[in-house]
Design a protein around this ligand. Structure first.
Ligand code: 5GP
Length: 115
């Protein structure tokens, strides 16, 4: 498909990844270049390129990304201490992969973002 991404290949098990959770809407896998002790990517199985492309009828799916992050944080035992959820958008936001994804970072005291 034209809008397939590297993440689509991971979701479809065509290339290897450390997949921690998967259902028919969402896949969670470890980031290949972790920025914290815990660094997971929470990704909708369908390709939505950026936050700019989210449609009204995808609101529940976007909510599910957050609830999946919450579930993973609880399972990993980092919920109480806390964690950070990040979605980068386009070049100024630092987005590298044009397939919407939420970073779940934690497992240690995270540095501030400087604002
Ligand atoms: P972005 O900068 O787009 O918000 O985040 C993309 C993230 O995907 C980066 O943190 C990068 O390390 C991760 N990443 C890129 N390619 C791969 C890959 O092939 N496998 C995995 N597991 N992570 C990847």
């Amino acid at each position: 498909m034209a809008n397939e991404t590297i993440f689509t290949k991971i979701i479809n098990h065509e290339i290897p990844a450390d997949i921690r959770y998967q259902d028919d809407e969402v896949t969670v896998f470890a980031d290949i270049a972790p920025k914290a002790k815990v660094h997971l990517l929470i990704v909708p199985n369908k390709v939505i390129p950026t936050v700019n492309d989210i449609r009204q009828d995808e609101a529940l799916l976007i909510g599910k990304l957050v609830l999946t992050a919450q579930k993973m944080a609880k399972e990993l035992g980092i919920a109480e201490n806390g964690y950070r959820l990040i979605i980068n958008c386009n070049s100024d936001g630092g987005q590298e992969v044009p397939h919407l994804h939420m970073h779940l970072l934690g497992g240690e005291k995270l540095k501030g973002l400087g604002f």
